[in-house]
Write a protein that binds this ligand. Sequence first.
Ligand SMILES: Cc1cc2nc3c(=O)[nH]c(=O)nc-3n(C[C@H](O)[C@H](O)[C@H](O)COP(=O)(O)OP(=O)(O)OC[C@H]3O[C@@H](n4cnc5c(N)ncnc54)[C@H](O)[C@@H]3O)c2cc1C
Length: 408
Amino acid sequence: MSTAAASCSNARYNTPVNFDFTEHEESFRKEVRAWLERNVPDDLRGRAFAASRADREEVRKLRAWQKRMHEAGFVGMDWPREFGGRGASIVEQVILYQEMARAESPQLVNRGGLSMLGPTLMKHGTREQQARFLPRILTADDLWCQGFSEPNAGSDLANLQTRAVLDGDQFVINGQKVWTSMAHVADWCFLLVRTNPDVPKHKGISFILVDMKSPGITVRPLRQMTGEAEFNEVFFDNVRVPAENLVGRPNEGWSVAITTLAYERDLLTFIRHISLRNALQRLLGLVRERGAAHDPVVRQKIASLWIGEQALKLNGYRSLTKILRGGQPGPEGSTSKLFWSQLDQDLARVATEVIGPYAQIAHGSAWAPDEGQWEFYALLAQASGIRAGTSEILRNILGERVLGLPKD
Ligand SMILES: Cc1cc2nc3c(=O)[nH]c(=O)nc-3n(C[C@H](O)[C@H](O)[C@H](O)COP(=O)(O)OP(=O)(O)OC[C@H]3O[C@@H](n4cnc5c(N)ncnc54)[C@H](O)[C@@H]3O)c2cc1C
């Protein structure tokens, strides 16, 4: 996007977004571009659109990268100053994301902490919780995982059965979570537990912060078809957690969780968009290298992906504008997640077609384009329509809560 005026109007909220950049913003862009050029580590640059989050060494590098970005003032740009953020304008935040994509920088590793738990604590946490946890989310000193799903509670999350019973000034937790991404490397977990089994299911849930080093926690990796184990089963066997780690009021965790999920579908998708853009740029490079840039069918497919990427970006700006102006993400944030997952899968499919059989060669072979990221991406993208709410559930939400269609 250049300084040529482009504006988008959000009819629902009547909040026009003006994309003309001021001198100050252009100078911020120069600053961030120069900084990224000097600082994105070579071993992460351009290798990160389908980055592993399972490998401990890779996670260590990504943690160090977030810390470095934080020291330079580029993490939590959208967080208010009182919480250690920069209180930046939407435009500055957008410029940062654009420049991260341009520099082929990876996303920030503590994304669950930054875009889900952080905003949740700002809204529902105590001052002590905010002071204790928020700064360490920004620096990635505490890496967070999300303990929501259970074997019988995925789409029907309120069905969760992991129990927490208050014993003096501690909760005692027993039960099992599943699909917990990064639990094997996380320091902390934001967990949903049942604190009252005798009331309707949405009314007996609490939101608790759990130190992953607590005695009684067992993390068992689940191997995915990528060959990696990014997510895990997590077992809780009489795990004792201080009562002060409860977020919000006891048994009112469902409304806390709704805040977290709305941010997951809205802001987090915007962050994921950096990887998608990285992949699209790389794919363009491959199309040119392989002489396919004049093939009308390939051109059509690439143009369609490009248009999709632009639409996703503009919808992301709309959400970010609303949030930075003091609003909350709402059910309409589900459009971003749904659309992102479709685009992600389309991109993986088109890349596989363009690259041909080489797309199946995995990391480690000299024949693998982009060090095997395409093979990994094609497999990983299968999960995009499941994680953070399946596409069917998102369509239900959009139908019922945004479009007002009848429930049945
Ligand atoms: C890569 C990945 C990472 C994940 N990371 C985490 C994590 O870190 N933390 C965490 O808590 N969870 C995580 N999850 C879990 C994820 O949130 C759940 O997989 C998801 O909510 C779906 O739940 P489920 O797997 O139990 O499927 P189910 O809910 O059993 O659904 C099975 C199928 O039925 C469909 N379905 C179910 N109900 C309806 C309905 N009412 N209407 C129409 N269709 C319906 C679904 O769309 C799906 O196709 C992750 C999942 C993946 C794939």
